[in-house]
Design a protein around this ligand. Structure first.
Ligand code: B16
Ligand code: MG
Length: 218
């Protein structure tokens, strides 16, 4: 069988941590008297921590000092980590382990490509760290998605050319990053949001082994 590089986003693809980000950002917004909605939280998917806080402050028409900004970012992360600490394997999204095992059995290199600085902790919690040949996350990049940097580094770490890589992504910015990197983009979510991806599936239960084989042989 030929070889392709498979790059997975984390939040929204492997686990649903958006709900924990939401709870932590909501607490922060409440303390600042800002009304923060689930719709707004949707717009923070794939967006870095710094940029997320900038957006929340802009929605609430608030300006704060750099010191307070840094303090709030720290507090938000502490709260987020308290939810992460409770995670276990039951939070892995349906059929993700099946797809990872299929790729491993067929000797396909696998990398993580996430914006999160907590990616390694999350993978450890859900016991998936050893499924990845490389892990590239928010600590390894200088430019956030939609910049392709995270996926280009991931491709390099698994010794694959960008055009031989396939990216699974749930965010608009992430799909854009994969497209810019000249990789095949597979959107996980709704077609109405991720219409710019090469393929879109609601979740991994819709992705067949035959489809993955066809990508490998492409
Ligand atoms: P952290 P992904 C992203 O992860 C999340 O979708 C986004 O909501 C979050 O703000 C970002 O990570 C940074 O996360 O605060 O843990 O560094 O989807 O790229 O895996
Ligand atoms: Mg994501």
């Amino acid at each position: 069988m030929s070889k392709k590089g498979f790059i997975f986003d984390l939040d929204g693809v492997i686990v649903d941590t958006a709900k924990y980000h939401f709870l932590a950002w909501q607490q922060l917004a409440k303390n600042l008297d800002i009304n923060f909605t689930e719709e707004e939280n949707e717009q923070l998917k794939g967006v870095s921590r710094v940029r997320s806080l900038e957006k929340i402050l802009a929605w609430g028409n608030k300006t704060i000092s750099q010191d307070l900004f840094d303090k709030l970012m720290g507090e938000k992360n502490e709260e987020y980590l308290s939810y992460i600490a409770e995670m276990d394997e039951s939070e892995i999204l349906p059929d993700v382990p099946k797809v990872l095992s299929f790729l491993k059995d067929n000797k396909q290199p696998i990398s993580l490509g996430s914006a999160s600085k907590n990616a390694r902790t999350i993978l450890e919690r859900v016991n998936l760290k050893s499924s990845f040949n490389a892990i590239v996350d928010g600590n390894d990049v200088t430019k956030a998605k939609p910049d392709p940097e995270v996926f280009l580094i991931a491709a390099k770490q698994i010794d694959m050319k960008p055009e031989d890589c396939i990216v699974f992504e749930d965010s608009v910015a992430g799909v854009e990053a994969a497209n810019t990197a000249n990789m095949i983009s597979i959107g996980i979510g709704s077609k109405s949001v991720l219409g710019h991806a090469d393929y879109v599936f609601n979740d991994f239960t819709e992705i067949s082994e035959d489809f993955i084989k066809s990508l490998i042989e492409k």
